[in-house]
Design a protein around this ligand. Structure first.
Ligand SMILES: CC(C)(COP(=O)(O)OP(=O)(O)OC[C@H]1O[C@@H](n2cnc3c(N)ncnc32)[C@H](O)[C@@H]1OP(=O)(O)O)[C@@H](O)C(=O)NCCC(=O)NCCS
Length: 191
């Protein structure tokens, strides 16, 4: 058993399908990825292209989900990525990702992006997003993953909000009926 596993509740007896799940810390799935913005990554304004940044975000978030689940993972959805601040040629981009909450086979990954101009030492938070990955077996079928045990205030806040965000994205993807999204109803104070 690795140090990352908080506890593995014992199976009550062989063949018991109600075996409790392994819990892992957010820190176990923490990924920090660093990239240098080169000319081939930029648009004619010498700013990082959005598509290249999304590619880097997808990779960092996927590695995080793999670390949590120790499985092959596929991207199921990305909630929203805004590009309010340009990232310039020559900047160093740092991407930090960790799993905020796991459900059955799916995991929500929070990713934050910052850009640093090393000569001036200026560092700016530029983007953040929530990705959802699904752990699959060798045939591509979804497979259960460990639960998340949040520790810090930020991890707990993200863990609490994850159920609401899951319901919203499943409703938008037409995978859940709005009337079944209880967490969303409580926000809008609907019956
Ligand atoms: C994601 C995928 C595995 C889901 O398979 P499925 O047969 O629809 O499986 P299910 O309906 O049982 O859903 C499995 C999980 O995916 C989640 N899921 C499915 N679509 C989702 C979406 N749009 N957003 C968020 N989660 C989603 C479900 O909520 C479920 O989560 P849970 O197990 O934690 O409850 C399947 O749609 C797929 O392979 N998609 C293509 C993935 C891909 O090619 N990505 C890009 C390259 S990596």
């Amino acid at each position: 058993m690795t140090g990352s596993v908080l506890y593995l509740c014992s199976a009550k007896k062989a063949g018991d399908k109600h075996m409790k799940k392994i819990h892992k810390k957010c820190n176990d799935s923490l990924v920090t990825m660093t990239e240098l913005v080169l000319p081939n990554d930029t648009n004619p304004l010498n700013n990082l292209m959005g598509g290249r940044l999304m590619h880097w975000m997808d990779i960092a978030a996927a590695i995080s989900a793999q670390k949590h689940s120790n499985r092959i993972v596929v991207t199921a959805s990305v909630d929203n990525i805004s590009f309010s601040k340009p990232i310039n040629l020559g900047n160093v981009v740092t991407l930090e990702a960790f799993v905020t909450r796991a459900f059955n086979s799916s995991m929500e990954v929070f990713i934050q992006v910052s850009a640093e101009d090393i000569p001036s030492g200026r560092k700016t938070e530029t983007n953040s997003a929530f990705f959802t990955f699904v752990a699959v077996d060798q045939t591509g079928r979804p497979i259960d993953v460990p639960e998340v045990h949040p520790e810090s205030d930020l991890e707990m806040e993200l863990y609490e909000g994850a159920l609401r965000r899951r319901q919203l994205r499943l409703v938008l993807a037409k995978r859940m009926k709005p009337e079944d999204a209880n967490e969303l109803k409580s926000i809008f104070k609907l019956q």
